[in-house]
Design a protein around this ligand. Structure first.
Ligand SMILES: Nc1nc2c(c(=O)[nH]1)N[C@H]1C(S)=C(S)[C@@H](COP(=O)(O)OP(=O)(O)OC[C@H]3O[C@@H](n4cnc5c(=O)[nH]c(N)nc54)[C@H](O)[C@@H]3O)O[C@H]1N2
Ligand SMILES: Nc1nc2c(c(=O)[nH]1)N[C@H]1C(S)=C(S)[C@@H](COP(=O)(O)OP(=O)(O)OC[C@H]3O[C@@H](n4cnc5c(=O)[nH]c(N)nc54)[C@H](O)[C@@H]3O)O[C@H]1N2
Ligand SMILES: [Mo]
Length: 755
């Protein structure tokens, strides 16, 4: 090991070497069994690095709880290795495995290097073109659409979470600069839970995750942080060391469940039932918090009546598959804990009854007085730190732009409502029904689709239908870094920079740290950031027709990053200027680590609402009542949750990740496999009404007998895509706060047979 750290050796500073990767991991003490001597050497190393490298501040912009603060080491313009920032007590000097592989992503030979045109969509016949040619072709299409339709509503933007850097909202700005267009709104990720918490409390707001250490009882409910939020686990472990009990409720025995003191296997979609059963027992035993329900809540009596008339522990046991005795035990332990906390994961709410199930869980926390306490709460997410200017996003349409007659307002979960609420006249379409909408939207139809920070073929639903939809489009432009399946269905691909090649600023929807992202290396090949591409398109549009685009034509990402800051941000983070972030990330100055610490809720009544009129206005029950789950449409339930060594379609294609994750599998219980005559390692076909996937089987009793499991991921060498098995059925909630309902991603079914 000592040798790995020997910096005097020439070979190990090559960015393409496995050494650089190891060094990053060692630098932050991440390699599993690091002897103490190495850690001491590591401290020596750090001092040694100063002066030898240009050191930059970066932040991981992926859609991940952890949004890590990064320190990057550059020599002669080459990014050699990176480590987690030590200044952040959340990142705590360590990255995840994917993070350490970033230099391999930057210098991957597979990166899209130049603008390219595909001669015949889907043929793979790519031809390198110049930026000028690419932009001219796109601009001419835009003019053609305006001429044909009298508006630009035939141009649509499909963007989501490939890069959450704040200036990336400049893509939306670029669209506004062109005119009124069609926008896919909503989110495939967490909308049902967002609405649920808004109905109950008036906002989605979670405690600082670092205060997990203060919890005495932790329920991780429908989440898998051991893979999906690795940095939070250290706080959970510390709580356990201080005597807290960790309970994991999940239909799968996950890596998080493996760390738990108690694993509860639940039938999928039946979390509301379990929460209601626990609530009934708490009422029966008088274990609720009289002060909270009297002073700070509305509708508790109605909730109790509902429970007494409709819910019994035995019924909940039968429905959820969790034994009655265990429901009673969980209820009593949680209610008596001082405090108890629940982490409501996003997997939990990707169901047709997902929103109301989150409401039932919120109710459990409220009735036991666990909301507003340090170490307590129902942790789902928050947007408290997102108060930027969104200068890049807010752009004016050119004079005389014709818009949609409806006064739809653009919404996303990150929308900061503007004073006065100016109504946009873009046409808004449910992001979760991309295929269906392209096929059915008319007057005008969608002709030109601009895709950025999104991989619909990898991440959206009903892939066979999406193929038909793309075939209908007149032009598809994709801005990305790799030739993924969406790019394969594009006419023009524009190369995007990686996070190290631009300035931006990042915050998290989970922790409370703010990080600057500096440009550490030049743009690689001909890659440009989303903002720069907007400016280049604007220049070309105006060249061809003056006044046709209002987006700035010269773009310095540093200047645009500066424009995102305001006094509110400075005050919240206790800094004087964004320059202060050059010395490291900063944490918000929180009056308490607890959300709702003053128990003043943002609901219409100002109280926690067990009974919500607003929920009724949106077509839901006022109370968090039991809602029957989706009827099975095939033999097994199919779960397609998130993978360990990838983030959605990102990372698994990087060579180091392929070392960990060579090929995809379907996981099946041995009993179910036997009935189907399937042995471990057999090639099998998983099929349903949407489509099919052929993949290798792995037998494990980590999954129940009626469940088959595949992790969503893009393998560049395998023809594997879980979206062949996932339809676009909506979840119950999401329209209130995000503009469209979520997707019942985990309410899917399929059969399996030997291939
Ligand atoms: N079956 C199934 N489907 C799911 C889920 C599931 O659990 N199961 N999860 C859902 C969830 S939770 C989410 S959040 C979505 C995620 O859906 P997406 O947001 O589409 O997912 P990603 O794969 O993270 O990112 C999309 C693309 O952005 C690109 N990208 C990265 N950086 C940049 C940049 O700076 N500029 C541009 N232009 N592009 C960039 C990446 O290379 C990638 O191709 O998927 C959803 N789909
Ligand atoms: N390594 C890695 N990290 C990531 C991501 C990634 O792709 N890879 N994605 C990021 C993003 S965008 C997101 S949204 C988060 C997701 O973070 P999580 O919510 O933790 O992740 P998921 O994989 O969507 O689902 C978590 C668990 O929900 C369970 N689940 C499914 N249905 C039910 C149900 O009905 N009841 C219960 N109790 N459990 C159920 C699944 O079995 C799964 O174990 O992670 C982020 N972090
Ligand atoms: Mo997500």
């Amino acid at each position: 090991m000592k040798k790995v750290l020997d910096k005097t050796e020439k070979a190990d500073v090559c960015p393409f070497s496995r050494r650089g990767f190891l060094k990053g991991m060692v630098a932050a003490g991440v390699l599993a069994s690091i002897p103490a001597g190495i850690l001491r050497a590591n401290a020596w190393e750090r001092i040694h690095y100063e002066g030898k490298y240009d050191i930059f501040r970066n932040a991981c912009p992926r859609n991940c709880y952890d949004t890590c603060s990064i320190k990057s080491y550059v020599k002669n313009g080459v990014l050699e290795f990176i480590e987690g920032a030590q200044e952040s007590t959340f990142t705590d000097g360590a990255l995840c495995v994917k993070g350490y592989a970033y230099p391999r992503r930057v210098y991957s030979p597979d990166r899209i290097k130049y603008p390219m045109k595909q001669v015949g969509r889907g043929t793979g016949n790519w031809k390198r073109i110049s930026w000028d040619e690419a932009l001219t072709e796109i601009a001419e299409k835009i003019f053609e659409i305006k001429k044909k339709d009298g508006s630009l509503l035939g141009m649509a933007l499909d963007k989501y979470s490939g890069n959450f850097g704040i200036t990336h909202y400049g893509v939306e700005g670029m669209m506004s600069s062109l005119g009124y267009t069609s926008r896919f709104v909503g989110t495939p990720c967490w909308p049902a839970g967002i609405d649920a918490q808004n109905f109950d409390m008036g906002n989605m707001w979670c405690n600082d995750p670092e205060d997990f250490v203060k919890a005495k009882y932790i329920i991780v409910w429908g989440g898998n942080p051991a893979w999906n939020s690795v940095h939070t686990m250290k706080f959970i472990y510390e709580a356990q060391e201080r005597g807290a009990k960790l309970v994991v409720i999940d239909p799968l025995l996950t890596q998080t469940a493996a760390k738990a003191d108690l694993y509860v296997r639940i039938k999928t979609s039946q979390d509301g039932v379990l929460a209601l059963g626990m609530a009934r027992h708490i009422v029966d035993k008088g274990l609720f918090d009289p002060e909270f329900v009297e002073k700070y809540s509305k509708g508790f009596e109605d909730f109790v009546s509902y429970l007494k008339e409709n819910v019994s522990v035995e019924w909940a046991a039968e429905q959820s598959g969790v034994p009655a005795e265990l429901i009673r035990q969980l209820a009593e332990e949680y209610a008596k804990a001082e405090p108890g906390t629940i982490w409501a994961g996003y997997g939990l709410q990707r169901h047709m009854n997902g929103g109301v199930n989150v409401r039932a869980i919120d109710a459990l926390a409220a009735m036991t007085g666990n909301i507003g306490k340090e170490g307590g709460g129902v942790r789902y997410g928050h947007l408290q730190t997102w108060g930027f200017n969104y200068s890049a996003m807010v752009q004016k349409q050119p004079e005389g732009s014709v818009g949609y007659l409806g006064k739809d307002k653009i919404k996303s979960e990150f929308t900061i409502e503007q004073e006065g609420g100016a109504a946009y006249a873009d046409r808004t379409i449910n992001i979760n029904k991309l295929a269906e909408s392209i096929l059915t939207t008319d007057e005008p139809p969608i002709r030109l689709l601009w895709v950025a920070c999104k991989n619909p073929f990898g991440q959206d639903f009903d892939r066979p239908k999406l193929q038909k939809a793309f075939d209908k489009l007149e032009m598809v432009v994709v801005v990305d870094q790799f030739f993924n399946e969406t790019v394969q269905n594009a006419d023009i691909v524009l190369p995007s920079t990686t996070l190290f090649e631009e300035y931006t600023v990042n915050v998290s929807y989970w922790h409370y740290w703010l990080s600057i992202n500096e440009k550490a290396i030049p743009e690689q090949y001909e890659a440009r950031s989303d903002l720069q591409i907007g400016a280049m398109l604007s220049k070309k549009m105006n060249e061809l027709e003056a006044g046709s685009c209002t987006f700035p034509q010269i773009m310095d990402t540093k200047v645009w990053m500066e424009k995102e800051f305001n006094e509110g941000i400075y005050k919240y983070f206790g800094i004087k200027s964004w320059q202060d972030l050059r010395s490291g990330p900063k944490k918000a100055k929180l009056p308490s680590s607890a959300s709702w610490h003053d128990r003043k809720f943002a609901t219409p009544s100002g109280k926690y609402e067990f009974s919500s009129d607003l929920a009724a206005d949106y077509g839901h029950t006022k109370l968090p009542e039991y809602k029957v789950r989706r009827k099975a449409y095939d033999k097994f339930r199919v779960l397609t949750p998130h993978t360990q060594f990838g983030l959605h379609s990102q990372f698994v294609n990087i060579d180091y990740m392929e070392d960990f994750n060579k090929e995809p599998f379907v996981y099946i219980n041995p009993v179910a496999a036997k009935a189907k005559n399937i042995a471990d390692g057999d090639m099998v076909k998983v099929f349903n009404k949407v489509g099919n996937v052929t993949v290798k089987a792995k037998l494990t009793d980590n999954v129940a007998e009626d469940v088959i499991l595949m992790y969503e991921a893009w393998f560049r060498k395998a023809d594997f895509n879980v979206q062949n098995l996932v339809d676009d059925e909506s979840s119950d909630m999401g329209s209130f706060k995000t503009g469209a309902p979520g997707v019942a991603i985990h309410d899917q079914f399929a059969d399996i047979a030997k291939a």
